[in-house]
Design a protein around this ligand. Structure first.
Ligand code: NAD
Length: 383
């Protein structure tokens, strides 16, 4: 038990280890929380913010325990935080900190912890972490030109869109479950970043009618459908999807009240809440963002007959891609693995919802907890 001014929740699952490192030379001050290694080495990103705390990291590490378990991966849950204001650092200072962090974590990484990008860290930061650590297995989300051998077992950066691809497959499974059979089902997508833009791309390629898309500036709406490539070009050329010519501009909030088959929140937390939940007309919601709806609101929506596919079921594509990279797979095999696992997990969760007449999040958590418990019992027996 570490003494200090923080409130980590200790229970039967973990955290197993909390590491705090400091390096005066580079200014590194970081934490790694290894919540659970029952299923395998703990997986989780490194965030760099001035306010990151051990309890924040511990909470996120626990979320990763359930996410990796539900995804059906041999990974446990972990997370790291580096206390630094990324905006005030030069890129060189940032990379030096990452390198020092990778080196400092050698006693636990990659054996017990495998890093990944998170807030304010991306592929070049992963390269620096691995350089400092010395093992290619110590982080995922590395640049595609960082390879074990030339052209082999290379990094798979997040920009490949694995999360959006997984959300797309989860949506297809859920549509079947909800008996929405029209080939040109209508969709509204909040957010047009890494996740939202790939969701829009894959869904429009599959024939869906994307009637609305939003970004931080507002929503663009066209009841007859928006073309993905035009939206992507408008975003690239003008900075926002709302400048698209063949659509009507609406507020950010208006997107959640549109009469669509599928609503896909892909940006910020808590967007469907006590204030707007009664105006949601979508038949189904697939959570691409993390915690776009609080669990108690999800339940109310479910009770009204709106199917909600929880975040850690739908958006696990990123962590599945990490596993593919860890195993040295190429991007093509990574996409196959994301499709296979996300489809299987979504089906398993929805099957349990139906059989046990329970809420989707409870079904998903039940599966995730069972897998970790079983692995813990096995580990005890093998001791
Ligand atoms: P991003 O930064 O690439 O994109 C965020 C998008 O949201 C941008 O288009 C931005 O304009 C838009 N946005 C910001 N405020 C908005 C608002 N008020 N209304 C509408 N749009 C708004 O981020 P991302 O990587 O796409 O992540 C989005 C969400 O998905 C986050 O919740 C993230 O935690 C979650 N997620 C991401 C991944 C991943 O691999 N990137 C994996 C799992 C979950």
């Amino acid at each position: 038990m570490i003494e200090g001014d923080f409130m980590v929740n200790y229970d039967e699952f973990g955290p197993e280890k909390i590491v705090e490192v400091y390096d005066h030379r580079t200014g590194l001050h970081g934490y790694t929380v290894i919540d659970s290694t029952a299923l395998g080495p703990a997986k989780g990103g490194i965030r760099m913010t001035p306010s990151v705390s051990i309890d924040e990291v511990a909470k996120l590490a626990r979320t990763m325990t359930w996410k990796c378990s539900l995804a059906g991966l041999p990974f446990g849950g972990g997370k790291s935080g580096i206390v630094a204001d990324a905006k005030t650092l030069t890129q060189e200072q940032k990379l030096n900190i990452m390198k020092a962090f990778g080196k400092a974590l050698r006693p636990v990484s990659p054996k017990y912890y495998i890093a990944a990008p998170d807030m304010n860290t991306a592929e070049e930061e992963m390269r620096a972490f691995v350089d400092g650590n010395g093992s290619m297995k110590s982080a995922t989300g590395k640049p595609s030109n960082m390879c074990v051998k030339p052209g082999e077992k290379c990094g798979i950066p997040h920009e490949y869109g694995s999360t959006g691809f997984g959300v797309f497959h989860s949506t297809l499974v859920a549509l079947k479950y909800a008996k929405i059979r029209n080939a040109d089902f209508s969709v509204a997508i909040e957010g047009f970043g890494n996740v939202g833009s790939f969701v829009a791309k894959y869904l429009s390629e599959a024939g869906a009618k994307i009637v609305a898309v939003s970004d931080s500036k507002g929503t663009i709406y066209n009841k007859d459908g928006l073309k993905f490539q035009e939206l992507a070009d408008t975003k690239a050329n003008t900075g926002s999807v709302i400048n698209h010519e063949s659509g009507q501009k609406l507020s950010n909030d208006a997107l959640f009240e549109l009469d669509v088959d599928v609503l896909i929140p892909s940006a910020i937390p808590d967007v469907i809440n006590e204030n707007n939940m009664d105006r949601v007309k979508a038949k189904m919601i697939v959570e691409a963002a993390n915690i776009p709806i609080k669990p108690e609101i999800e339940k109310k929506l479910h009770d009204k007959g709106i199917l909600v596919v929880p975040d850690f079921v739908a958006n696990a594509g990123g962590v599945i891609s990490s596993y593919a990279e860890y195993k040295g797979k190429n991007p093509e095999d990574m996409f196959k693995l994301v499709e296979k696992k996300v489809k299987a997990n979504t089906k398993k969760v929805l099957k349990r919802v139906k059989a046990d007449k329970i809420y989707p999040r409870d079904a998903a958590m039940g599966i995730a907890v069972e897998r970790v418990r079983t692995a813990m019992i096995k580990r005890e027996a093998e001791k």
